[in-house]
Design a protein around this ligand. Sequence first.
Ligand code: NAP
Length: 231
Amino acid sequence: MNNAPIALITGASRGIGAAIALKLAAEGFRLALVARNTVDLQAVADQTGLSAADCLCLVADLQQAAEIEKAAALCLEHFGRVDVLVNNAGIGHFGPIQNLTLAQLQAQLQLHVVAGWILSKAVLPQMLAQGNGLLVNILSDAARRPFAGGTAYCASKFAQDGMFRSLQDELKDSCIKISNIYPGLVNTYFNNKVPTAPQPHKLEAHEVAAVVWEVIGNGGSPAERHISRSH
Ligand SMILES: NC(=O)c1ccc[n+]([C@@H]2O[C@H](COP(=O)([O-])OP(=O)(O)OC[C@H]3O[C@@H](n4cnc5c(N)ncnc54)[C@H](OP(=O)(O)O)[C@@H]3O)[C@@H](O)[C@H]2O)c1
């Protein structure tokens, strides 16, 4: 019987989520990977070296509540447990408020707040039943730092921060730990970029993944971790 722990990771098709998937696979986890792009998700699964049974690809659009719930249910049905949920999937639309659309604001709120809320709510009963669980949430330094051009992104990240810090309070006497990670700029595909050669002011995705692994190794401590090269 395979006793390797299970991590459910959103936004695992590229960037920070893919780096976390590769790190956790290397450290002995079995995985459920969530994103929309089937080809990219499968490529990450292949890179982990895990079998299809040990690395589930869950193609889901986290803008859709029903698809979020289905992804969580499929993970729990397949593995029977989940030890770590990494709420990572994210998008960023920046610019003056006049140039942003309501749909862009809503998409960020949906992905950063609503998807994290639904997924966390979906896995908590199983974590409580099994007697352990860790939520690792990839927020942003923009969750604490308002800036011009950030009316939509900062709104969603501040809200995500408030939600997970409230959940920390709510679960403080339980077997479930929550660790919130606040990266500065990271060299990924975020905001329609393409990863470049390493830059002095940007973290690399694998550095964020290393911090996530450190937090997991410390049983969910610290409760919040800020990492940055840009400030
Ligand atoms: N890069 C930075 O500078 C930076 C800094 C601080 C915080 N962050 C945060 O880090 C997290 C990861 O960002 P990243 O830098 O790794 O960006 P990225 O390279 O663009 O990756 C974003 C991931 O989110 C997934 N995603 C986007 N929309 C989705 C949807 N509707 N349903 C399911 N999955 C969706 C994408 O997969 P699909 O397109 O395949 O669906 C992709 O796997 C985000 O929460 C971001 O806010 C990033």
